[in-house]
Design a protein. Structure first.
Ligand code: PLP
Length: 281
């Protein structure tokens, strides 16, 4: 697949390697920014409305004001314009703009960055490893999609080194939480169970759609705390995320699962059907 990479920063379309942001941008110096990642299919971004709702929540959680949706949309239209990206990822970031050399903020204009690139289609299933680090459900940034993502970078590298697609975090209560860039579901006795948002997990757009569409189709789903001690003791496991949609899991540490198991298979097709019927559900 030909690699397409488009980058727009503060009103300018740039080459992917062109310098664009101040070295003193607070997003770079301390990770003071919000972001979203959306799936792109045939040049169209999926679930724009829901991603924007979450994005605004992150900006509020960070205490960043002055966001212009029109400015962001200008960037999105620019990177998605031209020849349609068949399957890819759109990523937008808004940072606090120029900052001092510390954690305080200057009252500077926000920085807007929008990028799109082709990505590979996911494999039919993947494996998980348990991360040796925890998610802090009481952190100031819990549930926010901020550019302070180094915890996820480290844990994903840990998973990749072990041949896994994702690393699973427990929270400080030793309950199942989420992965580095995906939510997690375990299937027990015919019910798909995912940790509630109080676990510290990000409110994944794919998780939300999976829960809504499952309920509408009469597929049993529940949000409830899952003690880590028996999280892997499930009949089926799957993860959800932008670009992976509903991804069956065939192994988690030393446990193996049918992938897809029957309930996961139902949700994989339900998600595909519903997503094909509307790009902004
Ligand atoms: C930490 C984390 N959890 C879960 C998800 C899944 O969310 P979504 O379905 O919106 O992609 C993401 C998305 O990247 C994430 O970063």
């Amino acid at each position: 697949m030909a690699e397409v990479e488009r980058v727009w920063v503060d009103g300018r379309l740039l080459g992917p390697a062109e310098p664009a942001v101040s070295a003193l941008d607070h997003g770079i110096s301390v990770g003071d920014g919000a972001f979203e990642a959306l799936k792109v299919v045939d040049g169209v971004a999926f679930a724009m409305g829901r991603h924007l709702v979450r994005f605004r929540r992150t900006l509020t959680g960070l205490g960043l004001s002055g966001f212009s949706e029109d400015r962001l949309r200008e960037g999105i239209e620019t990177v998605l314009g031209g020849s349609p990206i068949p399957f890819g990822r759109l990523r937008y970031v808004v940072t606090a703009g120029r900052g001092p050399l510390g954690s305080a903020r200057l009252d500077a204009p926000l920085t807007y960055i929008v990028a799109a690139a082709t990505v590979e289609h996911p494999d039919a299933s993947g494996s998980l490893v348990t991360a040796p680090w925890t998610r802090n459900e009481r952190a100031a940034t819990a549930g926010l999609k901020t550019t302070s993502y180094a915890d996820n970078v480290i844990a994903l590298a840990y998973a990749t080194d072990r041949g896994a697609v994702e690393a699973v975090f427990a929270n400080t209560r030793d309950e199942l939480c989420e992965c580095t860039g995906s939510n997690v579901f375990v299937v027990r006795d015919g019910v798909a169970i995912t940790p509630p948002l109080a676990s510290g997990a990000l409110a994944g757009v794919t998780r939300e759609l999976t829960l809504e569409w499952a309920r509408e189709a009469g597929v049993p789903v529940r949000e409830e705390p899952v003690p880590m001690s028996h999280a892997r003791d499930a009949d089926e496991v799957f993860i959800t995320s932008t670009t992976k949609d509903v991804l069956p899991i065939h192994a988690w540490d030393d446990r193996s699962y049918a992938a897809p198991g029957p309930l996961t298979a139902r949700l994989v097709s339900l998600f595909a059907e519903r997503a094909a019927s509307s790009m902004d559900p």
